[in-house]
Design a protein around this ligand. Structure first.
Ligand code: PLP
Length: 420
Protein backbone atom coordinates (compact mmCIF):
# COMPACT_ATOMS: atom_id res chain seq x y z
CA UNK A 1 0.00 0.00 0.00
CA UNK A 2 1.21 3.50 -0.77
CA UNK A 3 2.33 5.44 2.27
CA UNK A 4 0.12 8.56 2.13
CA UNK A 5 3.22 10.66 2.81
CA UNK A 6 4.42 9.59 -0.65
CA UNK A 7 1.30 11.15 -2.14
CA UNK A 8 2.47 14.60 -1.07
CA UNK A 9 4.17 16.74 -3.67
CA UNK A 10 7.94 16.64 -3.25
CA UNK A 11 8.01 20.44 -3.45
CA UNK A 12 7.35 20.59 0.30
CA UNK A 13 10.41 20.29 2.51
CA UNK A 14 9.81 18.73 5.94
CA UNK A 15 11.83 19.68 8.98
CA UNK A 16 10.44 16.57 10.74
CA UNK A 17 7.99 13.79 9.95
CA UNK A 18 6.07 14.30 13.19
CA UNK A 19 2.35 13.75 12.66
CA UNK A 20 0.59 15.72 15.40
CA UNK A 21 -2.96 14.69 16.20
CA UNK A 22 -3.58 17.32 18.85
CA UNK A 23 -1.96 20.41 20.26
CA UNK A 24 -2.28 22.72 23.23
CA UNK A 25 -0.36 25.90 24.08
CA UNK A 26 3.27 25.37 23.08
CA UNK A 27 2.99 21.58 22.72
CA UNK A 28 2.16 19.21 19.85
CA UNK A 29 1.29 15.55 20.51
CA UNK A 30 1.45 12.62 18.10
CA UNK A 31 -0.80 9.54 18.11
CA UNK A 32 1.54 7.76 20.56
CA UNK A 33 1.22 10.66 23.00
CA UNK A 34 4.80 11.82 22.33
CA UNK A 35 5.08 15.52 23.20
CA UNK A 36 6.97 18.09 21.12
CA UNK A 37 7.78 21.62 22.25
CA UNK A 38 6.86 23.91 19.38
CA UNK A 39 9.21 26.89 19.31
CA UNK A 40 8.29 27.56 15.67
CA UNK A 41 4.61 28.51 16.16
CA UNK A 42 4.12 27.00 12.69
CA UNK A 43 6.39 29.80 11.34
CA UNK A 44 4.91 32.54 13.47
CA UNK A 45 1.25 31.62 13.19
CA UNK A 46 0.05 30.30 16.56
CA UNK A 47 0.82 33.41 18.62
CA UNK A 48 -2.09 32.65 20.98
CA UNK A 49 -0.79 29.08 21.42
CA UNK A 50 -2.15 25.98 19.74
CA UNK A 51 -5.92 25.59 20.07
CA UNK A 52 -6.48 28.47 22.46
CA UNK A 53 -9.90 27.66 24.03
CA UNK A 54 -11.37 31.08 23.14
CA UNK A 55 -10.27 30.77 19.50
CA UNK A 56 -11.59 27.20 19.33
CA UNK A 57 -14.91 28.33 20.79
CA UNK A 58 -15.21 31.21 18.30
CA UNK A 59 -14.50 28.83 15.40
CA UNK A 60 -17.00 26.24 16.62
CA UNK A 61 -19.76 28.77 17.21
CA UNK A 62 -19.23 30.54 13.88
CA UNK A 63 -19.07 27.24 11.95
CA UNK A 64 -22.49 26.35 13.31
CA UNK A 65 -23.96 29.67 12.14
CA UNK A 66 -22.33 30.82 8.89
CA UNK A 67 -19.17 29.45 7.32
CA UNK A 68 -19.04 31.59 4.21
CA UNK A 69 -20.67 34.73 2.88
CA UNK A 70 -19.03 35.91 -0.34
CA UNK A 71 -17.99 39.51 0.06
CA UNK A 72 -19.20 40.76 -3.35
CA UNK A 73 -22.58 39.20 -2.69
CA UNK A 74 -23.23 39.71 1.05
CA UNK A 75 -21.39 41.21 4.04
CA UNK A 76 -20.72 38.70 6.85
CA UNK A 77 -21.18 40.23 10.34
CA UNK A 78 -18.14 38.25 11.56
CA UNK A 79 -16.01 40.18 9.06
CA UNK A 80 -17.44 43.48 10.30
CA UNK A 81 -16.58 42.54 13.89
CA UNK A 82 -13.05 41.78 12.75
CA UNK A 83 -12.49 45.06 10.89
CA UNK A 84 -13.75 46.96 13.94
CA UNK A 85 -11.11 45.20 16.03
CA UNK A 86 -8.41 45.80 13.39
CA UNK A 87 -9.38 49.46 13.45
CA UNK A 88 -8.94 49.46 17.24
CA UNK A 89 -5.46 47.87 17.21
CA UNK A 90 -3.96 49.86 14.32
CA UNK A 91 -2.92 53.56 14.49
CA UNK A 92 -5.72 56.07 13.92
CA UNK A 93 -4.27 56.79 10.48
CA UNK A 94 -5.20 53.24 9.41
CA UNK A 95 -8.96 52.95 9.08
CA UNK A 96 -9.80 50.91 5.99
CA UNK A 97 -9.14 47.17 5.60
CA UNK A 98 -9.00 44.64 2.80
CA UNK A 99 -8.99 40.93 3.64
CA UNK A 100 -7.45 37.96 1.87
CA UNK A 101 -6.10 34.52 2.73
CA UNK A 102 -2.30 34.48 2.88
CA UNK A 103 0.64 36.78 3.45
CA UNK A 104 1.63 36.73 -0.21
CA UNK A 105 -1.88 37.66 -1.26
CA UNK A 106 -1.88 40.61 1.14
CA UNK A 107 1.53 41.73 -0.17
CA UNK A 108 0.17 41.56 -3.72
CA UNK A 109 -2.83 43.63 -2.64
CA UNK A 110 -0.58 46.26 -1.02
CA UNK A 111 1.43 46.63 -4.24
CA UNK A 112 -1.71 46.89 -6.38
CA UNK A 113 -3.15 49.53 -4.06
CA UNK A 114 0.15 51.46 -3.98
CA UNK A 115 0.44 51.49 -7.76
CA UNK A 116 -3.15 52.46 -8.36
CA UNK A 117 -3.17 55.17 -5.69
CA UNK A 118 0.13 56.80 -6.66
CA UNK A 119 0.10 56.18 -10.44
CA UNK A 120 3.76 55.22 -9.93
CA UNK A 121 5.20 51.80 -10.81
CA UNK A 122 8.39 51.11 -8.91
CA UNK A 123 8.69 49.26 -5.63
CA UNK A 124 11.78 49.20 -3.41
CA UNK A 125 12.44 46.19 -1.16
CA UNK A 126 15.42 45.19 0.97
CA UNK A 127 18.18 42.63 0.64
CA UNK A 128 17.20 39.48 2.53
CA UNK A 129 13.47 40.23 2.34
CA UNK A 130 10.81 37.54 2.25
CA UNK A 131 7.39 38.65 1.07
CA UNK A 132 5.92 35.40 -0.30
CA UNK A 133 5.89 32.93 -3.15
CA UNK A 134 3.33 34.17 -5.69
CA UNK A 135 4.91 35.85 -8.70
CA UNK A 136 4.79 39.47 -7.52
CA UNK A 137 5.77 38.52 -3.96
CA UNK A 138 8.51 36.23 -5.31
CA UNK A 139 9.97 39.12 -7.29
CA UNK A 140 10.11 41.05 -4.02
CA UNK A 141 11.81 38.20 -2.14
CA UNK A 142 15.60 38.12 -1.96
CA UNK A 143 16.28 36.00 1.14
CA UNK A 144 17.39 32.93 -0.83
CA UNK A 145 17.71 32.26 -4.54
CA UNK A 146 15.81 28.97 -4.05
CA UNK A 147 12.55 30.92 -3.92
CA UNK A 148 13.07 32.23 -7.47
CA UNK A 149 15.31 29.57 -9.04
CA UNK A 150 13.96 28.47 -12.43
CA UNK A 151 10.93 30.73 -12.08
CA UNK A 152 12.22 33.66 -14.10
CA UNK A 153 11.10 35.94 -15.62
CA UNK A 154 9.60 37.66 -12.60
CA UNK A 155 7.52 40.84 -12.60
CA UNK A 156 9.70 43.92 -13.02
CA UNK A 157 9.96 47.35 -11.43
CA UNK A 158 11.32 45.89 -8.18
CA UNK A 159 14.53 47.44 -6.81
CA UNK A 160 16.60 46.05 -3.95
CA UNK A 161 18.32 48.20 -1.30
CA UNK A 162 20.63 46.98 1.50
CA UNK A 163 19.05 46.14 4.87
CA UNK A 164 20.75 47.50 8.01
CA UNK A 165 22.22 44.16 9.05
CA UNK A 166 25.10 45.48 11.14
CA UNK A 167 26.42 42.05 12.19
CA UNK A 168 26.71 40.93 8.56
CA UNK A 169 28.62 44.05 7.54
CA UNK A 170 30.69 43.93 10.72
CA UNK A 171 29.93 47.59 11.40
CA UNK A 172 28.43 49.55 14.25
CA UNK A 173 24.69 50.19 14.03
CA UNK A 174 24.92 53.94 13.34
CA UNK A 175 27.46 53.38 10.56
CA UNK A 176 25.25 50.68 8.99
CA UNK A 177 22.18 52.91 9.04
CA UNK A 178 24.10 55.76 7.37
CA UNK A 179 25.34 53.36 4.70
CA UNK A 180 21.82 52.05 4.00
CA UNK A 181 20.35 55.56 3.75
CA UNK A 182 23.17 56.56 1.39
CA UNK A 183 22.47 53.51 -0.77
CA UNK A 184 18.79 54.43 -0.97
CA UNK A 185 19.79 57.86 -2.16
CA UNK A 186 22.07 56.24 -4.75
CA UNK A 187 19.21 54.00 -5.88
CA UNK A 188 17.01 57.09 -6.34
CA UNK A 189 19.73 58.70 -8.46
CA UNK A 190 20.69 55.61 -10.44
CA UNK A 191 17.72 53.27 -10.85
CA UNK A 192 14.34 54.44 -9.54
CA UNK A 193 13.63 58.17 -9.41
CA UNK A 194 11.57 59.11 -6.36
CA UNK A 195 8.73 60.37 -8.58
CA UNK A 196 8.34 56.93 -10.15
CA UNK A 197 8.69 55.06 -6.86
CA UNK A 198 5.28 54.01 -5.55
CA UNK A 199 6.34 52.36 -2.30
CA UNK A 200 9.12 51.10 -0.09
CA UNK A 201 8.26 47.75 1.49
CA UNK A 202 10.09 46.71 4.65
CA UNK A 203 9.93 43.96 7.26
CA UNK A 204 10.54 45.68 10.63
CA UNK A 205 12.36 42.49 11.64
CA UNK A 206 13.92 40.75 8.67
CA UNK A 207 12.37 37.29 9.04
CA UNK A 208 13.38 34.53 6.67
CA UNK A 209 16.44 36.70 5.88
CA UNK A 210 17.96 36.09 9.32
CA UNK A 211 15.89 37.54 12.16
CA UNK A 212 17.49 40.96 12.07
CA UNK A 213 15.54 43.77 13.75
CA UNK A 214 15.60 46.99 11.72
CA UNK A 215 17.00 49.63 14.08
CA UNK A 216 14.36 52.10 15.27
CA UNK A 217 16.49 54.96 13.91
CA UNK A 218 16.49 53.36 10.45
CA UNK A 219 12.70 52.96 10.40
CA UNK A 220 12.32 56.61 11.42
CA UNK A 221 14.66 57.83 8.72
CA UNK A 222 12.93 55.60 6.17
CA UNK A 223 9.56 57.01 7.19
CA UNK A 224 10.87 60.59 6.85
CA UNK A 225 12.39 59.78 3.43
CA UNK A 226 9.07 58.38 2.19
CA UNK A 227 7.22 61.43 3.49
CA UNK A 228 9.69 63.76 1.74
CA UNK A 229 9.13 62.09 -1.64
CA UNK A 230 5.44 61.13 -1.33
CA UNK A 231 6.43 57.48 -1.44
CA UNK A 232 4.19 55.06 0.42
CA UNK A 233 5.77 53.18 3.31
CA UNK A 234 4.48 49.61 3.44
CA UNK A 235 5.25 47.67 6.62
CA UNK A 236 5.21 43.91 6.16
CA UNK A 237 4.09 42.81 9.62
CA UNK A 238 3.16 39.31 8.44
CA UNK A 239 5.65 37.65 10.81
CA UNK A 240 6.37 40.49 13.26
CA UNK A 241 2.78 41.53 13.96
CA UNK A 242 0.14 40.48 16.48
CA UNK A 243 2.19 40.88 19.62
CA UNK A 244 5.23 38.96 18.44
CA UNK A 245 7.84 41.65 19.15
CA UNK A 246 6.41 42.92 22.43
CA UNK A 247 4.10 45.53 20.89
CA UNK A 248 0.97 44.82 18.91
CA UNK A 249 2.83 45.78 15.71
CA UNK A 250 6.58 46.01 15.49
CA UNK A 251 6.53 49.48 13.87
CA UNK A 252 5.17 50.83 17.18
CA UNK A 253 8.69 50.48 18.64
CA UNK A 254 9.78 53.21 16.19
CA UNK A 255 6.70 55.36 16.73
CA UNK A 256 6.14 55.66 12.98
CA UNK A 257 2.89 55.54 11.01
CA UNK A 258 3.05 53.39 7.91
CA UNK A 259 0.80 54.10 4.94
CA UNK A 260 -0.06 50.43 4.50
CA UNK A 261 0.23 47.63 7.06
CA UNK A 262 0.35 44.04 5.79
CA UNK A 263 -0.89 41.36 8.20
CA UNK A 264 -1.29 37.56 8.11
CA UNK A 265 0.09 34.59 10.11
CA UNK A 266 -0.63 35.51 13.77
CA UNK A 267 -3.88 37.20 12.76
CA UNK A 268 -5.84 33.96 12.43
CA UNK A 269 -4.16 31.63 14.98
CA UNK A 270 -3.94 29.09 12.13
CA UNK A 271 -7.04 29.91 10.11
CA UNK A 272 -6.01 31.22 6.67
CA UNK A 273 -6.61 34.95 6.77
CA UNK A 274 -4.61 38.07 5.92
CA UNK A 275 -5.29 41.77 5.70
CA UNK A 276 -3.97 45.11 4.63
CA UNK A 277 -4.87 48.33 6.35
CA UNK A 278 -4.52 51.89 5.02
CA UNK A 279 -6.07 55.31 5.56
CA UNK A 280 -9.45 56.05 4.01
CA UNK A 281 -8.09 58.66 1.59
CA UNK A 282 -5.49 56.23 0.24
CA UNK A 283 -8.00 53.38 -0.08
CA UNK A 284 -10.42 55.73 -1.85
CA UNK A 285 -8.12 55.50 -4.91
CA UNK A 286 -8.71 51.74 -5.14
CA UNK A 287 -11.37 51.61 -7.82
CA UNK A 288 -14.22 49.22 -6.89
CA UNK A 289 -13.94 45.90 -8.67
CA UNK A 290 -10.25 46.24 -9.60
CA UNK A 291 -9.17 43.77 -6.91
CA UNK A 292 -10.76 41.03 -4.84
CA UNK A 293 -11.13 37.27 -4.63
CA UNK A 294 -13.63 34.56 -3.83
CA UNK A 295 -12.66 34.00 -0.21
CA UNK A 296 -11.21 37.27 1.08
CA UNK A 297 -13.49 38.70 3.76
CA UNK A 298 -16.05 35.97 3.07
CA UNK A 299 -14.66 33.24 5.29
CA UNK A 300 -16.65 33.99 8.42
CA UNK A 301 -14.94 31.21 10.40
CA UNK A 302 -11.50 32.66 9.71
CA UNK A 303 -12.82 36.14 10.56
CA UNK A 304 -14.26 34.88 13.86
CA UNK A 305 -10.94 33.17 14.68
CA UNK A 306 -9.08 36.41 13.92
CA UNK A 307 -11.46 38.49 16.07
CA UNK A 308 -11.03 36.01 18.95
CA UNK A 309 -7.25 36.10 18.43
CA UNK A 310 -7.17 39.89 18.81
CA UNK A 311 -9.33 39.67 21.95
CA UNK A 312 -7.06 37.01 23.47
CA UNK A 313 -3.91 39.00 22.65
CA UNK A 314 -5.38 42.04 24.40
CA UNK A 315 -7.12 40.31 27.34
CA UNK A 316 -4.12 38.13 28.19
CA UNK A 317 -1.61 40.95 27.54
CA UNK A 318 0.39 38.66 25.29
CA UNK A 319 2.52 41.44 23.72
CA UNK A 320 3.81 42.25 27.25
CA UNK A 321 4.50 38.55 27.87
CA UNK A 322 6.38 38.41 24.56
CA UNK A 323 8.56 41.34 25.70
CA UNK A 324 9.30 39.75 29.10
CA UNK A 325 9.87 36.23 27.79
CA UNK A 326 11.94 37.55 24.90
CA UNK A 327 14.24 39.31 27.34
CA UNK A 328 14.57 36.15 29.44
CA UNK A 329 15.36 34.12 26.33
CA UNK A 330 17.94 36.63 25.05
CA UNK A 331 19.66 36.72 28.45
CA UNK A 332 19.85 32.92 28.53
CA UNK A 333 21.18 32.82 24.98
CA UNK A 334 23.77 35.51 25.76
CA UNK A 335 25.07 33.29 28.61
CA UNK A 336 25.39 30.38 26.21
CA UNK A 337 27.11 32.65 23.69
CA UNK A 338 29.80 33.38 26.30
CA UNK A 339 30.38 29.62 26.55
CA UNK A 340 30.12 28.85 22.82
CA UNK A 341 31.85 31.46 20.62
CA UNK A 342 30.36 29.75 17.55
CA UNK A 343 27.23 31.72 18.50
CA UNK A 344 28.37 34.92 16.83
CA UNK A 345 25.29 37.02 17.49
CA UNK A 346 22.16 36.93 19.65
CA UNK A 347 19.56 39.49 18.59
CA UNK A 348 15.86 40.03 18.44
CA UNK A 349 12.84 41.94 19.49
CA UNK A 350 10.29 40.34 21.84
CA UNK A 351 9.84 36.70 20.92
CA UNK A 352 11.42 37.03 17.49
CA UNK A 353 14.96 36.05 18.41
CA UNK A 354 17.86 34.85 16.27
CA UNK A 355 21.11 33.09 17.15
CA UNK A 356 23.60 33.43 14.31
CA UNK A 357 26.36 30.84 14.04
CA UNK A 358 29.73 31.91 12.65
CA UNK A 359 33.23 30.48 12.59
CA UNK A 360 36.25 32.70 11.83
CA UNK A 361 33.84 35.39 10.66
CA UNK A 362 32.10 33.13 8.13
CA UNK A 363 28.60 31.66 8.32
CA UNK A 364 28.52 28.27 10.09
CA UNK A 365 25.37 26.73 8.64
CA UNK A 366 26.66 23.24 9.50
CA UNK A 367 26.62 24.13 13.19
CA UNK A 368 23.17 25.74 13.04
CA UNK A 369 21.85 22.62 11.36
CA UNK A 370 23.58 20.23 13.82
CA UNK A 371 22.25 22.14 16.82
CA UNK A 372 18.78 22.22 15.28
CA UNK A 373 18.89 18.44 14.73
CA UNK A 374 20.09 17.84 18.30
CA UNK A 375 17.15 19.96 19.54
CA UNK A 376 14.71 18.01 17.38
CA UNK A 377 16.14 14.73 18.79
CA UNK A 378 15.15 16.13 22.18
CA UNK A 379 11.65 17.06 20.95
CA UNK A 380 12.32 20.80 20.77
CA UNK A 381 11.25 22.18 17.39
CA UNK A 382 13.28 25.16 16.19
CA UNK A 383 13.58 26.59 12.67
CA UNK A 384 16.63 28.00 10.97
CA UNK A 385 16.70 31.06 8.70
CA UNK A 386 19.12 33.47 7.02
CA UNK A 387 20.44 33.61 3.49
CA UNK A 388 23.32 31.35 4.55
CA UNK A 389 21.07 29.12 6.69
CA UNK A 390 23.23 29.82 9.73
CA UNK A 391 20.64 31.37 12.05
CA UNK A 392 18.39 29.50 14.47
CA UNK A 393 15.19 31.41 14.98
CA UNK A 394 13.22 31.41 18.22
CA UNK A 395 9.55 32.08 17.72
CA UNK A 396 7.49 30.31 20.40
CA UNK A 397 3.79 30.99 20.97
CA UNK A 398 3.35 34.19 22.99
CA UNK A 399 1.66 32.25 25.81
CA UNK A 400 5.03 30.66 26.67
CA UNK A 401 5.95 30.75 30.39
CA UNK A 402 9.29 31.50 32.08
CA UNK A 403 9.62 27.83 33.02
CA UNK A 404 9.06 26.75 29.42
CA UNK A 405 11.67 29.25 28.19
CA UNK A 406 14.15 27.87 30.75
CA UNK A 407 13.37 24.28 29.71
CA UNK A 408 14.00 25.15 26.05
CA UNK A 409 17.26 26.90 26.96
CA UNK A 410 18.29 23.77 28.87
CA UNK A 411 17.66 21.59 25.82
CA UNK A 412 19.49 24.10 23.60
CA UNK A 413 22.51 23.96 25.94
CA UNK A 414 22.52 20.14 25.72
CA UNK A 415 22.21 20.36 21.93
CA UNK A 416 25.12 22.80 21.73
CA UNK A 417 27.27 20.48 23.82
CA UNK A 418 26.32 17.48 21.68
CA UNK A 419 26.96 19.33 18.40
CA UNK A 420 30.28 20.86 19.46
C1 PLP B 1 7.43 38.77 6.39
C2 PLP B 1 6.62 37.84 5.53
N1 PLP B 1 5.87 38.34 4.53
C3 PLP B 1 5.12 37.55 3.75
C4 PLP B 1 5.09 36.19 3.94
C5 PLP B 1 4.25 35.33 3.05
O1 PLP B 1 3.18 34.81 3.77
P1 PLP B 1 2.43 33.50 3.24
O2 PLP B 1 3.37 32.35 3.38
O3 PLP B 1 1.23 33.39 4.14
O4 PLP B 1 2.04 33.76 1.83
C6 PLP B 1 5.85 35.61 4.96
C7 PLP B 1 5.85 34.16 5.17
O5 PLP B 1 6.72 33.59 5.80
C8 PLP B 1 6.63 36.46 5.78
O6 PLP B 1 7.38 35.97 6.78
Amino acid sequence: MTNPVDLLSPVWTHMTHVQPVRAEGIYLYDADGERYTDFTSGIGVTNTGHCHPKVVQAIQEQAGQLIFGQMNIVVPPATLRLVELLDAVTPDTIDRFFLSNSGAEAIEASVKLARMATHRRNIIVFQGSFHGRTHQAMAMTTSKYAYRYNYQPLPGAIFVAPFPYAYYYGWREAETIDFCMKQLDLLFKSQSAPEETAAIVVEPVLGEGGYVPAPVEFLRRLSALCFEHNILLILDEVQSGFGRTGRFFCFEHADIKPDIVVMAKGLGSGMPISAIGARAELMSHWKPGTHGGTYGGGNAVAAAAAAATIQVLRDEKLPANAAAMGERLMNGLAELQAEYPVIGDVRGRGLMVGTEFTRDGSPAADMASKVQQECIRRNLLLLTCGTYGNVIRWIPPLVVSAEQIDDALGIFAEALAAAS
